[in-house]
Structures are given as C-alpha cells and as structure tokens.
Design a protein. Structure first.
Length: 219
C-alpha cells in the first residue's frame, strides 16, 4: 500500500496500478454505494477486464478495506505533520483539526468514500473483525483518535481546558464535527465560503468548545 499521497489524476503508466484501481472504485462507490457496486462495474468504469482487478484484490470487500486504510494512513500522515509544525498544545490541536478539514474539503474520491462510509463500516468491524486488514484499520482509527485525545489531555494538564474535560469523549465529539463536513461542505453546498474559511472556523470551533467559553443555555 502506498504511503505517498494519492491524486485524482490517472497513472501515466500503461499498466494498471493499485492506486488507479482504488481511485476508480471510489468513484463508483460514491455514485452507486458499496452494496450496489460490483467488481464488473468497477472494471467497466476503468475500461479493463475484472481479471485485471483480481490481480490486486480478491474481492470487493478487500478493495473497500484498502480504500479506508489508505485514506486513514494519508490523513494521519498529513495531520501529524501539520500538528508537529506547532509547539504550543492549543496551536497543535488547532493545526490538527484544520488539516483534517482541509483534506476533506479537497474532495478526493478515496477520502470521501472513506469518510462517508466510515461510521457504518466501523460498527460492522467492531462487532468482530475477522481478518488482519480489518483489525489494522481499527488500530489506525484508534491511533488517529488518540492524536486528538492526547492533545486534549495535555491541554487539561496545562490548564488550557477545564479539569472536568473528558479527553476521550471530547476527541470523539470533535471528530464527529469534522467528519460530518463531508456531507454538507461539498463545493456546491458551501456557497461562497472558501475552504480556508471553513477549515479555520472548524478549528476555532473545536478550541472554543474545549476552553469552555460561556454561552447562553435555552430557557
């Protein structure tokens, strides 16, 4: 599995590549949904035989898992790099949120498939993953969530966030806010807001919530 970023441009190589298969499959999954997609349809979308796809993947399930795993690896890599460019805990968390939102807003089919189908897919896996790739994906997801939780915990220890803050719960809440953006923040739906405006606003929102800024409760 490649560790480098996957683009939406087709391979310049004449031979079919694993990246090309994932990208094409993601486009079909986005159009038809996982359940309604077949290996034959992915092959037709690519203009090749399904035998060429089976060279890389034994099943549609294995291909779908690879899309999720690849997206998780690339997101973790970029978010960790953005976080590590900062030193202060609150700035590190801000950078983490900002980068994750930026990735979502870039609109890569692979990232969109992974984010849109993530929660329902994870419920299935968490009920009892039976293969090594599925277990690896669960571990990657847990490691990424820990990036949030660790920074929030550090913020509590430094007095940046209230002592009553639950780092694990707060990490899940923050990720819920960020991941939902794949649904409403498409280029068509986000109107005149720029990607930078949305990314910065999301990061500010998460930090403001963790700092416990006073608000008005409904009467």
């Amino acid at each position: 599995m490649p560790d480098n970023a996957i683009t939406d441009k087709p391979s310049s190589d004449a031979a079919l590549r694993r990246d090309d298969v994932m990208r094409a499959a993601a486009e079909v999954f986005l159009d038809k949904g996982y359940g309604a997609t077949s290996i034959n349809q992915i092959a037709e979308h690519m203009g090749c035989t399904k035998g060429k796809l089976y060279y890389y993947y034994a099943s549609k399930y294995e291909l779908y898992l690879d899309i999720h795993t690849t997206a998780m690896l690339l997101t973790t890599q970029r978010c960790a790099a953005a976080r590590d460019r900062e030193t202060a805990t609150d700035r590190r968390l801000w950078a983490l949120v900002h980068e994750q939102v930026t990735i979502i807003l870039e609109g890569s089919p692979i990232m969109r498939v992974a984010t849109q189908g993530l929660e329902r897919f994870m419920l299935r896996l968490e009920s009892g993953p039976t293969d090594k790739v599925a277990r690896r994906l669960l571990n990657l997801r847990a490691d990424f969530e820990a990036m949030y939780a660790d920074l929030i915990r550090s913020g509590v220890d430094e007095g940046l966030f209230p002592a009553s803050t639950d780092p694990q719960l707060s990490a899940k809440l923050a990720l819920g806010v960020v991941n939902w953006m794949v649904i409403w923040a498409s280029p068509r739906k986000r109107a005149k807001r720029t990607a930078e405006t949305i990314s910065s606003s999301a990061a500010n929102f998460v930090l403001a919530g963790l700092r416990g800024l006073p608000g008005t409760l409904p009467g």
